[in-house]
Design a protein around this ligand. Structure first.
Ligand code: HEM
Length: 490
């Protein structure tokens, strides 16, 4: 297993950046960055420009081959990186915990369950992406509308007027149920929710600070993470085999993956199917959970927008969940979702690994330099978004930024394959919830973001749910670091 330390022999980028901290050196900078990635990156961009070295030392943050970390901002650089995906690679979802080369028996399930789209590059990526596309076709995604609406309705049926709930936990449960149902169909059966909970525990464990000590020793999180990976692997294989035995004719995504064929008739192997399933499952729910939770928070802080949105929804839908056709006729809902993912993007900084010696913004990026591309800071460009820190959904009636200026789902050949799925899921869930309830923050609330690839409200999001569409009369002011990212009423 790799550690945070790397070899000092390979060349490092010449981009400017902060000097190592006294005593702690580069590790000190990594710790400062890990504590507040968006705030720290913002200070670095202001001081050193849009291509800046985060750590001037051979240190591996995400990839086992990583050698120094560069932060990048701005549409121009964004386009350059995202369109040249043979030069700027992705790596496996578990980052430095993915066993490259020889894997021990305990690491084999990590490799199998996590070898999906994130791990492949160049022609291999193109081949796999082609094979996955049928599972994400519009007609197939549209077919999930009924499941999304039914599961969202089941959720709000359990809400009671005036109670304070952790809506982040609610949104996690909802998106996990939707992911399990649409990915596996009926075949996950009784085991579906357990599998979903394991996936959530797997993600939470992986991003915990205890994983700094990546040793398979009793009581260490790394051991628990390996155990969880082995269980996920076992259960996914069982569902896959059950589905194959029955002929895999369902409308679920896994059936589509089993049926997918290359031009020469080759399909995905069992190991590849398990890997893609694991990665789609992992990538496909936490992001949507966070988009939903952040949107509810923003609406609680903007009662005027919440009221207009409730009017739009009840006027067009009369209490029903939207059909696929309805979704195109709800402009404010569209603006709210876009604006929420602009000011609080579920993936605020996303990674790349330089695959061959390159140059960006006049600086050298030697092979194996790690990059974090800031979606958050790009979305704060005042030339594209006037008054960028304001949550202003109606701006979307006037603006049409390019996919390199606004891209919560990234852009280019690696753009999120689940973008249409996620957008539909988020809109159906919001339309269902907001026709039945409005949401308010309890007095004295503090909200801060926790960024670990995705951005979630640290410690959950406790909100009061009040029966009836519309809004609280006034926004209850929240404190916390969320105020550094978006302007909220004071
Ligand atoms: C609001 C929800 C979501 C957001 C904000 C989001 C965002 C992203 C981002 C930023 C990437 C990285 C693209 C890159 O490397 O350039 C990505 C990739 C990916 N996403 Fe999503 N995502 C969301 C929902 C989903 C859903 C629902 C699924 C599946 C059902 C999904 C599956 C994937 C996969 C498989 C990739 C890898 C694509 C590739 O490398 O070709 N995502 N997503």
């Amino acid at each position: 297993m790799t550690s945070l330390q790397g070899s000092a022999s390979a060349p490092l980028t010449d981009a400017p950046g902060p000097a190592p901290m006294p005593l702690l050196g580069a590790a000190g900078t990594v710790i400062r960055y890990a504590t507040d990635p968006i705030g720290f990156a913002g200070r670095i961009f202001r001081e050193y420009g849009d291509v800046a070295m985060l750590v001037r030392a051979p240190i591996r943050v995400m990839s086992p081959n990583g050698h120094g970390v560069v932060l990048v901002n701005g549409a121009k650089h964004n386009r350059e990186i995202l369109t040249q995906h043979d030069r700027y690679h992705m790596y496996a979802l578990p980052g430095r915990f993915y066993p490259e080369g020889e894997a021990s028996p305990r690491e084999v399930p990590v490799r199998r369950t996590m070898t999906g789209l994130f791990h492949v590059n160049d022609d291999e990526h193109r081949r796999h992406r082609r094979l996955l596309m049928p599972a994400f076709q519009k007609t197939r995604i549209d077919g999930y509308r009924d499941d999304m609406a039914a599961l969202s309705t089941e959720l709000v049926d359990r809400w009671r007027d005036g109670e304070v709930r952790d809506v982040h936990a609610d949104m996690t449960e909802l998106t996990l149920r939707i992911a399990t149902k649409t990915l596996f169909g009926e075949d996950a059966g009784e085991d579906g929710l357990r599998l979903a909970q394991r996936m959530q525990a797997w993600l939470v464990t992986m991003f915990g600070i205890g994983m700094m000590i990546a040793r398979d020793w009793p009581l260490l999180p790394y051991r628990r993470w390996l155990d969880l990976t082995a269980a996920l692997d076992r259960e996914t294989v069982a569902i896959l085999r059950r589905k194959r035995d029955k002929g895999a004719t369902g409308t679920d995504m896994l059936s589509a993956l089993i049926a997918a064929r290359d031009d020469d008739g080759t399909g995905l192997t069992e190991d590849e199917l398990v890997g893609h399933t694991g990665v789609v499952f992992a990538a496909g729910h936490e992001t949507s959970t966070n988009a939903l939770a952040w949107t509810l928070l923003l609406l609680s802080q903007h009662p005027d927008v919440a009221r207009d949105l409730a009017d739009e929804l009840t006027g067009a839908l009369h209490g029903e969940a939207p059909t696929v056709d309805d979704l195109a006729k709800l402009p404010l809902l569209d603006g709210v979702v876009k604006e929420s993912m602009r000011v609080l993007p579920p993936v605020p900084l996303h990674p790349r690994l330089v695959a061959k010696d390159s140059e960006l913004g006049g600086y050298k990026l030697p092979k194996n330099t790690e990059i974090f591309l800031s979606i958050y800071h790009m979305h704060m460009d005042p030339d594209v978004f006037a008054d960028p820190r304001a949550f202003s959904p109606r701006r979307w009636e006037r603006i049409k930024p390019s996919t390199f200026e606004y891209n919560p789902f990234s852009a280019g050949p690696r753009m999120c394959i689940g973008a249409a799925f996620a957008t539909m899921e988020i809109k159906i869930a919001l339309a269902t919830i907001l026709q039945r309830f409005s949401v308010e923050m309890p007095e004295g609330s503090r909200v801060s973001p926790r960024v670990a690839i995705t951005m979630a409200p640290a410690g959950g999001l406790r909100m009061r749910v009040v029966r009836g569409p519309g809004a609280a009369r006034r926004a209850v002011q929240v404190r916390g670091r969320i105020r550094d990212l978006v302007r909220l009423p004071s």
